[in-house]
Write a protein that binds this ligand. Structure first.
Ligand code: CTP
Ligand code: MG
Length: 181
């Protein structure tokens, strides 16, 4: 297998996991998930993790998976994507998993004394990947194992941090995000 279909498959399969965090930035606000509670003198998660942002991100990622299915024949074939269409539960697992991974990272940031918005290099770029892959595998094991072959997994782990840095830089430049990470 060439590199191109591997990269195309990685990007295609992870798109429903890439979009939720950006949708949450746009839609976020309102009641924080932790309800303002603290643990050990620090917020459990912080005001940056809200119900509205999480719901919007999950919906956006799941909807995107269905939209990708609709253009599967013309687009996926042209790009050389080697993956079956997304089962709905795979889209949901990728999207919700991305949000849960990001929430888990906020939990770890607060436990390590980092305030809301503080950077945690490495974790910031891969938290949602771990969450998305875990929940997709849990919700749609057959699809996930067939799609995320070892070569595709390597591509995901290499490409995602680069994309994350780029999109967050753009969101920061546009004034949508308070920090560029
Ligand atoms: N957001 C949200 N709900 C989520 C994730 C994100 O509402 N589950 C929104 C919040 O408005 C948040 C913004 O998206 O401020 C940016 O997300 P992120 O960078 O993940 O949060 P931070 O505010 O930086 O907080 P943390 O340090 O906990 O990551
Ligand atoms: Mg942040």
């Amino acid at each position: 297998m060439d590199v191109l279909p591997i990269v195309a498959t990685a990007l295609w399969a992870m798109l429903p996991a890439y979009v939720p965090n950006n949708a949450a930035v746009l839609a976020g606000g309102g009641r924080p998930i932790d309800g303002g509670r603290s643990w050990g003198g620090r917020r459990l998660l912080g005001d940056g993790k809200t119900w509205r942002g999480t719901a919007a991100g999950t919906l956006a990622g799941t909807a995107l998976a269905l939209a990708l299915n609709a253009v599967y024949e013309p687009v996926a074939a042209t790009l050389g994507v080697v993956a079956d269409p997304f089962p709905v539960v795979a889209g949901l697992g990728l999207a919700l998993g991305a949000m849960v991974g990001d929430i888990g990272a906020s939990f770890l940031k607060r436990r390590t004394g980092r305030e809301r918005g503080a950077a945690f290099p490495g974790l910031d770029q891969l938290d949602f990947v771990v969450g998305a892959l875990a929940l997709a595998t849990l919700f749609a094991p057959e699809w996930a194992l067939a799609t995320f072959r070892p070569s595709v997994l390597v591509a995901v782990v290499v490409i995602t941090p680069l994309l994350h840095v780029a999109t967050n830089g753009i969101a920061y430049a546009l004034g949508l995000k308070d920090e560029p990470w």
